[in-house]
Design a protein around this ligand. Sequence first.
Ligand code: CUA
Length: 316
Amino acid sequence: MWSGVPLFPERASTMASRVDALYFFLLAVGVFFSILIAGLIVFYAVRYRRRSETAVGEVVHGATGLEVAWTVIPFVITMILFVWGASVFFAMSRPPDETINVYVVGKQWMWKFQHLDGRREIDELHVPVGRAVKLIMTSEDVIHDVFVPAFRVKADVLPGRYTEIWFEATKPGRYHLFCAEYCGAKHYGMTGQVVVMEPSEYQTWLSGGVPEGSLASAGEKLFADLACNTCHRPDAQGRGPVLDGLFGRQVQLTSGETVVADEAYLRESILNPAAKVTAGYQPIMPTFQGLVSEEQLLELIEYVKSLHPPQQEGKK
Ligand code: CUA
């Protein structure tokens, strides 16, 4: 309906029509009540205008029917909006189990994308149509915000932590990607494109990549280069916890608390190892703050994710 209207972005993801439906409902409620109220103001101003010098308005002592109506009707409308909005919000914030994960690092003023197989791109993101894609995002400097209008997804990209969004593109094509948070002089130029491809085309694109190896294998190399493997090892010389099968598991800390080993936890444990020490270990790990870049952090995290527990060996 709106495809011909230049101000209205195309719908190219599974969420787009759900977001639009809610948006149009909000708009309709807003327009309806604006017209109703403005109309009534004019109507009553004319109808109950002062007709003579001595005219005095009638004193009204309550009108139960009216009061119930203007309480119940807005209540019902706001509850509809709340339940509807919450359901869309939950659908947007919970990615499906099976997703293609892409790491995103924002910096003044560009977008860097890292695919798990090792392909990297700048200001361009290639994804297949019909598959759920999850972006795991962080910033190297200030706050940015990733916004793909055609997918109706938008989220802040923050330094020092990971935020996630997901989408499933429904139509091949090229779509604008914007930075939607003022981030400095060239904020306006921090744009890019999402290229949605047919699955077969996408496979071709992926295999045309650089023979650098996967993100996890880059992480494995870094793990050895930084000598992480001298402590994180299963034998008697291992002074740090073994990381196999760690990702996603509950970890018991020396403080008695438990945390889930997610991306944020791994990141913190690399940059500020003393913050959350695994029970049974000494806080002897040095910090790697300043020694590894955001992209290298992602490689290390992806390497740890790829370490399955011993019985699942070989399932990298
Ligand atoms: Cu990055 Cu605005």
